[in-house]
Every structure is written in structure tokens, then in C-alpha cells.
Design a protein. Structure first.
Length: 249
């Protein structure tokens, strides 16, 4: 993992000659993300399916971001982004499962909570800055997650929380449709190591008025494939449509 961290952080200090806004541009966004959760987790036990055993349902959660772009070519621009990913569920088990060394039997009704909240600290350069723009950099994504389950038939309960930072490659491309104020954008972060693979991608259509006020509508997918991270295995994904209100000044 160390060699990936060194490689990613080194990108932040590579000079570029693309200039951002004349002095300082600030980009704000806030919205909601309709999320569908799928996959399996395992922690000191057997595979537990998020839908079949946890009974997790779709959820709608908030997302926020703020970005600062400046005209100093040797310094990276900065973007901070927060995404809430959480839901609860209830399901009667059709097979026995074990989680956190606790066994839940057939017929038990399980109440569950699943969270994969994440905060992105993104440093990037504008390689292109015209009607077609391209940003490249690094994203330190910090997960604040939790998997919890309890039985209504017994006193059994389990909670596993994790707080894990991951360095990822970051890229964003945007095409501005001339005169209209509309744009099409694709943005994503990803990393693959020997024991994990994480990706977070979004596609969107947006509009910005002459006053800087606008909106975005798009689709986003966050996937996490982890093999033995502190005794936890996970192959999960969250995807769905999102909508943002934006402001640029």
C-alpha cells in the first residue's frame, strides 16, 4: 500500500501550466442521492447478503461538496465532498448466518443497519480549461462505516464499525455546450491494490446561469471490494440517481 500512497501523493506536486479562474472560483453543491445497496459482507463468520439476510431497502441521503479553484499553477485546486450512505432493514432469516462470531438462526427476525458514509479530500490540477476541461489529481477518501444486526427473537446483536482512509486516483472531464449554459460531465476516483478495489464514478448533466446558480442531475455508483481488512471481507455497491443545486462565484 505504501508505494501506492507515494505514487498518488507525488502527482499533487507536478506543476502544470493550465490556469483556473482569473483569481479564485468557489463551487458549491448540495443535493440528494437515491441509493440502492447490493452485495455481501463477512466478519468473523459467513457471508451475509445485504438484501436477502439484512433486508436492506433503498434509501435517499444527502451529498455536499465545495471546490476552490485558483490561478496559481504550481498549487493544486481543492475539493471537499461528503456523501451519506446509510439504510436500515428488517428480515426473517431463511438460513442461519454468523456475523462477529454470533450465529443467527433460521426464523429469527433480524433488524439491521448499514452505513458507508465517506468524505473526499481531493487535490487536482486543471490540465485543460476551455469548453472542454480535464482535471487530474488524487482523492483521499475516508470511510466511516458500520454494519450492525440484532435479533428480535433472542438477545443476540453484533456491530462492526470501520474508519478507513484510502488514497485514490482522481479524474474529471467536462464538456460545456457553447452559449446554452449546459454541460455534460464525468467524474471518478479509483484504486486497486492486492487486497482491495474501490471505485466511485458519476455521470451528470448540469446547467449554470449567468448568476452562477444552477443544478445537476446524474447517476453515481460507489463500489467496494475488500479482501481481509481487519478480518472483514466485503463486496458491496451503492448506485442510483442524484440531484444537486449548485452555485459558482
Amino acid at each position: 500500500m505504501k508505494k501506492y500512497i507515494i505514487l498518488l501523493l507525488s502527482i499533487c506536486f507536478v506543476p502544470t501550466y493550465a490556469f483556473a479562474d482569473t483569481f479564485l472560483g468557489v463551487y458549491l453543491g448540495a443535493g440528494v442521492w437515491n441509493q440502492k445497496h447490493e452485495g455481501k459482507v463477512q466478519f468473523l463468520g459467513s457471508d451475509v447478503d445485504l438484501q436477502n439476510e439484512f433486508g436492506l431497502s433503498s434509501s435517499t441521503n444527502e451529498i455536499f461538496y465545495i471546490a476552490f479553484e485558483h490561478a496559481v499553477p504550481v498549487l493544486p485546486n481543492i475539493k471537499l465532498q461528503y456523501s451519506s450512505v446509510s439504510t436500515t432493514g428488517s428480515k426473517q432469516l431463511s438460513k442461519s448466518v454468523t456475523f462477529d462470531n454470533t450465529t443467527y438462526n433460521v426464523g429469527d427476525t433480524i433488524n439491521s443497519r448499514y452505513a458507508l458514509d465517506n468524505t473526499d479530500f481531493i487535490l487536482y490540477y486543471e490540465v485543460l480549461d476551455n469548453w472542454l476541461s480535464l482535471d487530474l489529481g488524487v482523492d483521499i477518501k475516508v470511510f466511516d462505516g458500520e454494519v450492525a444486526m440484532s435479533s428480535t427473537n433472542t438477545s443476540n446483536s453484533s456491530v462492526h464499525a470501520f474508519d478507513e482512509p484510502l488514497p485514490m486516483l482522481y479524474a474529471k472531464a467536462q464538456f460545456d455546450i457553447p452559449i446554452t449554459g449546459f454541460y455534460i460531465s464525468g467524474e471518478g476516483s479509483a484504486i486497486k491494490t492486492d487486497d482491495s478495489k474501490v471505485a466511485d464514478f458519476k455521470l451528470l448533466v448540469g446547467y449554470e446561469s449567468d448568476l452562477g446558480l444552477g443544478g445537476e442531475l446524474g447517476w453515481r455508483k460507489l463500489s467496494l471490494d475488500v479482501d481481509d481488512a481487519d478480518d472483514m471481507f466485503a463486496d458491496v455497491s451503492t448506485d442510483g440517481f442524484f440531484a444537486n443545486i449548485t452555485y459558482h462565484f
